[in-house]
Design a protein around this ligand. Structure first.
Ligand SMILES: Nc1ncnc2c1ncn2[C@@H]1O[C@H](COP(=O)(O)OP(=O)(O)O)[C@@H](O)[C@H]1O
Ligand SMILES: [Mg+2]
Length: 597
């Protein structure tokens, strides 16, 4: 857990402007709604200021003067405005909900679309947990920023603005005194906000480490239990959780201290108003209603300033979320279709690795000056020790990755001149770690070719020896496989993937240790079935059980990214080299080990 974490990237204020603009641009498709939303918030705030002013008039013109008519008129106006305000409050809360949902939907859709275009290398680098929290929590935070964040900011600006205007209208000298308190207040707020933010940032960092840890723990729960690592994991967890707790504690301390400080300054301002306002009242320059209005206006102004720390912290939070979401949306797929790339029809052509260099990570070459010609329709097998580079060769053929140096040619044409779709749609590949999607067995096989009939699906299943176990299930082909196929055994999943690949009727058929979790007998049966499938296609098979690849036309022994031996089974056995020793070793083992029950 300790070495698995995704640091919350620190963000710098220079980029804030750009990000804020980009966040605001998220509202563009919903401009009318957004403008209506802003208008309503502003209206609510202005009406608040008016209410206070009307109260002042009620006291001064109505109550103190005993003018009943005037008082009644003011009460009616007040009531009318109150109705308008109530409607506006309803409107903006409603719009906030709608806008938030829309923005979130847009973002999630964008991310989903984009994730599908990204290359394998992106997913090598980026943990699933990281992506999931971008899609779930970060998009929510951005939506919150464009709705409630906007409410907070507009409200604050409007409150301070309108309060000051009315104060200047009522008594400009007293308004000047109040104005002097504002910078002090802001200074205190900024000071505290910085302290609180520092701690929150710490909390966030720890939090994302914890989330990462959780993610690893949940996905690896079987291994953790098997290795009895619970104790150690718990210790690592406690360590992370402990420093998160301490940072939260400090944040809580500063937050608690902040309010009393603001209140004291606020009280001083109120004291000044009553003292100076009182003097002015005595000399007839100020009215009683005026003093009361001032007290209200000061409260109006102080409120957003008090709230500054909270709003600021949540905005920073949301900005960080936005930065991460945008980094996901902006990341460029490393494998991209080149300009002018096209579909050169069938892939049933000579495949040519021409001086290919490749690495996953800079400085750790996997293939160097690799040359290989695969004849059209050839059945090829790759064997050799784990980590030798067999899967890498396949990854390159499928163009999940592209060569770093050299070229791969299909029928003499650089495969970069094909679209990815043209290549990948004509390759049927079955991997050691089969992936099924939730749905029925039939759905999963049908992924190979969406328009396939039930008959064709069954034929494909028979060829891959999946039919027998499928019909034994309660619901046969209708049986649900669970999320990721979790309700089936690994071997069963492999057979379904095999059927899926067979159904897709590919030009190139690839099996990368695809039958490793199937028993030897079934593997032999599959081998028989597949012989029919492989006719007229190029096939590349990687298998650990050498008995399964004996019939391949050519066998390559791959070690450390090089072809160390090649030839047919008989030739290689005759050569008494690497293949011979691998083969006899496996053969001897199978004789020594008692057959599995
Ligand atoms: N996604 C990856 N990122 C980084 N290194 C990788 C990745 N996949 C494979 N490698 C490395 O490339 C080398 C060849 O791996 P691979 O082609 O999977 O071997 P094989 O299939 O023969 O077992 C190994 O050293 C392996 O560690
Ligand atoms: Mg492999």
């Amino acid at each position: 857990m300790a070495d698995f974490h995704i640091e919350e990237e620190e963000f710098t204020s220079q980029v804030h402007g750009r990000i804020i603009l980009r966040i605001i641009s998220l509202l563009k498709p919903h401009l009318l709604w957004a403008l209506g939303f802003l208008f309503l918030i502003a209206l609510v705030s202005v009406l608040d200021a008016f209410f206070t002013y009307i109260s002042k008039l009620m006291i001064d013109q109505g109550i103190l003067k005993g003018d009943y008519q005037e008082l009644l008129k003011l009460i009616l106006i007040y009531g009318g405005l109150a109705l308008i305000q109530a409607a506006s409050v309803f409107g903006f809360i409603f719009l906030a909900g709608i806008l938030g949902e829309r923005v979130q939907y847009d973002l999630r859709k964008k991310m989903f679309d984009h994730l599908q275009t990204l290359s394998f290398s992106y997913f090598d680098r980026t943990p699933v947990g990281w992506i999931m929290s971008r899609v779930t929590s970060d998009s929510g935070k951005i939506a919150e920023l464009v709705t409630w964040g906007l409410v907070d900011v507009t409200w604050a600006i409007m409150n301070i603005g309108t309060s000051l205007i009315f104060m200047f209208i009522i008594h400009w000298r007293l308004a000047l005194i109040v104005l002097a308190v504002v910078p002090v207040m802001v200074w205190v707020a900024v000071l505290f906000q910085r302290k609180i933010l520092e701690q929150y940032r710490q909390v966030r960092k720890q939090n994302s480490r914890l989330t990462g840890g959780y993610n690893e723990m949940i996905t690896g729960v079987r291994v953790i239990k098997a290795l009895c690592r619970e104790e150690q994991n718990l210790e690592e967890f406690s360590l992370e959780a402990g420093s998160m707790y301490r940072a939260s504690y400090r944040a809580a301390w500063f937050s608690a201290l902040f309010l009393p400080c603001v209140q004291i300054i606020g009280s001083l301002a109120l004291g000044a108003i009553i003292w100076y306002g009182g003097l002015e009242k005595i000399s007839g320059e100020m009215t009683l209603g005026g003093i009361q209005a001032f007290i209200f206006y000061v409260a109006f102004m102080l409120w957003p300033i008090q709230d500054l720390a909270r709003v600021w912290a949540s905005m920073q939070n949301a900005l960080a979320s936005a930065e991460r979401v945008f980094s996901l949306i902006d990341s460029n797929p490393e494998v991209q279709d080149r300009a002018g790339a096209g579909d050169h029809c069938s892939l049933l052509k000579v495949i040519d690795f021409n001086h290919v260099d490749f690495f996953y990570e800079q400085g750790k070459p996997v293939l160097e000056d690799f040359n290989l010609k695969i004849r059209q329709g050839e059945s090829l097998a790759l064997v050799g020790p784990t980590g030798g580079g067999k899967s890498t060769i396949i990854n390159l053929i499928c163009r999940f990755y592209e060569p770093v140096g050299g070229t791969i040619l299909f029928g003499g044409v650089d495969y970069l001149r094909y679209t990815q779709e043209a290549i990948q749609s004509r390759i049927g590949i079955v991997l050691q770690t089969p992936h099924l999607f939730s749905g029925s067995i039939e759905d999963n096989i049908r992924f190979g070719r969406l328009e396939a009939s039930l008959k064709e699906i069954e034929t494909a299943a028979r060829l891959s020896c999946a039919h027998e176990f499928i019909v034994k299930m309660d619901k046969g082909y209708e049986q649900e496989v669970g999320e990721g196929g979790s309700l089936l055994s690994l071997g069963q999943k492999q057979l379904i993937c095999l059927a899926r690949a067979v159904l897709s009727d590919p030009d190139i058929f690839i099996m990368d240790e695809a039958t490793s979790s199937v028993d030897a007998l079934s593997e032999a049966l599959i081998q028989n079935g597949l012989e029919a499938v492989m006719k007229g296609r190029t096939s590349i098979i990687i298998a650990h059980r050498l008995s399964t690849i004996r019939r391949a036309e050519r066998i390559l022994v791959i070690e450390n990214g090089h072809i160390v031996e090649q030839g047919s089974h008989t030739e290689l056995i005759g050569a008494m080299g690497r293949y011979h020793s691998l083969y006899t070793q496996q053969f001897r083992q199978s004789l020594l080990l008692p057959p599995l029950a």
